[in-house]
Design a protein around this ligand. Structure first.
Ligand SMILES: [Zn+2]
Length: 262
């Protein structure tokens, strides 16, 4: 049995018996792991407040080969992302990141994906009113780091970049075609030139700078990225957090509309 040390993000937690927790973690060094934290519930626990979902932590655990559930020895908070928990939209987006990673990743590590996750959670925590952009930016990074990078820079057929508001994005091959070439199929969606340009810029911008870009149409960017991701990565279909996020966003929109009418 080896003692392992790594950074990790808590993706999911459930109770075990009267006093313990089982945690699903996404770790920097070992990918997705499951650990049991014995005696971790209750105010007097040495793990109190440390093992909440969305927390970025540093852990030490006992690793035994061929065992699904490892034993947690120590845990310390690196970033608790308190503000994500205090705001429903932030919480819905953060929970989406966690579910996306939990459903799609195995025990192989991916340090770039780990860094993208911790960076996105920090940006989500620190910036108000830009949650949807962080959501789109992380989804694009996630696609790229899982080998499904869509291309928005030039028309697949003619190589030109003179896009109009009748540009087509193909869900099947993740490329765009200009109005003149019009490479249509049953799985293509029409997007505006502005949206194509924005997604291209967002893809080429480091996460920490993504909020400097103005998003022309969050809804159509979301539809495009979600459809593309769910078509290519089976594990991302039926995520519970997508329905949750849509509910929260719609509620906020209706409240804003009601305020306008008053
Ligand atoms: Zn073309």
């Amino acid at each position: 049995m080896a003692l392992q040390k790594t950074e990790a993000v808590v993706l999911r937690m459930h109770k075990l018996g009267e006093t313990s927790k089982i945690l699903t973690l996404y770790s920097k060094e070992f990918g997705k792991i499951k650990v049991v934290a014995k005696g971790s519930r209750g105010l007097k626990s040495r793990f109190f407040g440390t093992l909440e979902p969305l927390n970025h932590v540093s852990i030490v655990y006992y690793d035994k080969e061929n065992r699904d559930l490892q034993l947690l020895s120590q845990a310390e908070i690196i970033n608790a992302h308190f503000r994500i928990r205090e705001n429903l939209v932030k919480y819905a987006v953060g929970s989406f990141f966690c579910e996306l990673i939990e459903k799609s990743q195995l025990s192989q590590p991916n340090k770039y994906l780990f860094r993208s996750l911790t960076q996105s959670l920090t940006i989500l925590n620190d910036n108000d009113g830009r949650e949807f952009i962080v959501y789109l930016g992380f989804m694009l990074k996630f696609l790229h780091l899982n080998g499904f990078r869509p291309h928005f820079d030039k028309c697949k057929k003619c190589g030109g970049a003179a896009f109009t508001n009748r540009t087509l994005f193909s869900i099947v091959d993740g490329s765009v075609s200009c109005e003149a070439c019009n490479l249509t199929n049953s799985m293509s969606v029409t997007v505006t030139a502005e949206t194509v340009r924005y997604l291209d810029q967002l893809q080429h911008t480091p996460l920490q700078n993504m909020l400097t870009l103005a998003c022309p149409s969050p809804q159509s960017c979301e539809t495009l990225l979600l459809s593309f991701m769910q078509y290519h990565i089976e594990e991302t279909r039926n995520l519970k957090t997508i329905a949750f996020l849509k509910n929260i966003v719609n509620q906020n929109r209706n409240q804003a509309k009601n305020r306008e009418q008053l």
